[in-house]
Design a protein around this ligand. Structure first.
Ligand SMILES: Cc1cc2nc3c(=O)[nH]c(=O)nc-3n(C[C@H](O)[C@H](O)[C@H](O)COP(=O)(O)O)c2cc1C
Length: 213
């Protein structure tokens, strides 16, 4: 597939295809291919010290997710969105769709991928932009994975872990202490009729500035 077509195809999906009540899993060789695409991303120190834990044992997956995430009702999601003061209707619709699915999207996906990257400096006390380079690099890798997945007819979503969630995940999965957990990556085949959030229309004319803003 043309790379621009893959960019166009990528869209966040939180409802994944199930077969007889269990997720349609992504073939292991294809998962490796997607991660290989991830490893072609540019990187700050040339070392690509990135690791991935595939959490595809469904019992183990459910046990870990249940320990760190509680399902949130639509009503409570609405309260959260109101508390945040969001007013844009397209943005509100996205959050109203997304917040109640944080548990199910991880549980029901066709491959649950947990990336880890080496972060020797404290991530949350950066002294300059360069201190964030390791974090930036793993996100470039993650973006490659999503675009490669889109080229294969696979979509998904990321979830940013809360601090305690991250600590528990790292402990349960034996992650070395100098590796950080930037996000969960849930990938899979979209369920029939899976919701795709309406995109906010961007007029590039207003975003591209010649010589000065
Ligand atoms: C840095 C980042 C953090 C995100 N965090 C979450 C998250 O915690 N939970 C979730 O369901 N989606 C999350 N998303 C997905 C966004 O909601 C989604 O990408 C956005 O609404 C744009 O929609 P699109 O991906 O379909 O274009 C995140 C995306 C990014 C890039």
């Amino acid at each position: 597939m043309d790379i621009y077509q893959a960019f166009e195809n990528r869209q966040t999906i939180r409802d994944f295809e199930q077969i007889n009540g269990t997720p349609r899993m992504i073939d292991a060789a294809l998962v490796t291919k997607l991660i290989k695409a991830g490893f072609t991303a540019p990187t700050n120190d040339h070392l690509r010290d990135w690791h991935f834990v595939l959490l595809n044992d469904l019992d183990q997956r459910t046990q870990l997710i249940s320990e760190v995430i509680s399902p949130i009702s639509i009503k409570r999601s609405e309260n959260i969105i109101n508390r945040w003061g969001l007013t844009d209707p397209i943005q509100r619709a996205m959050y109203l769709e997304g917040i109640p699915r944080q548990f199910s999207m991880l549980n029901d996906c066709g491959c649950l991928l947990l990336p880890f990257y080496r972060q020797d400096l404290p991530l949350l006390q950066p002294k300059n932009l360069s201190a964030l380079n390791y974090f930036v690099s793993i996100w470039l890798c993650i973006e490659n994975i999503f675009n490669a997945a889109a080229a294969e007819g696979i979509q998904g979503v990321v979830r940013i872990p809360a601090p305690e969630e991250s600590r528990i995940v790292k402990t349960r999965l034996n992650i070395p202490s100098n590796y950080e957990f930037p996000c969960w990556i849930a990938l899979g085949y979209p369920a029939p009729g899976a919701t795709r959030a309406r995109q906010v229309a961007i007029d590039l004319e207003t975003r591209i500035h010649q010589n000065q803003w």
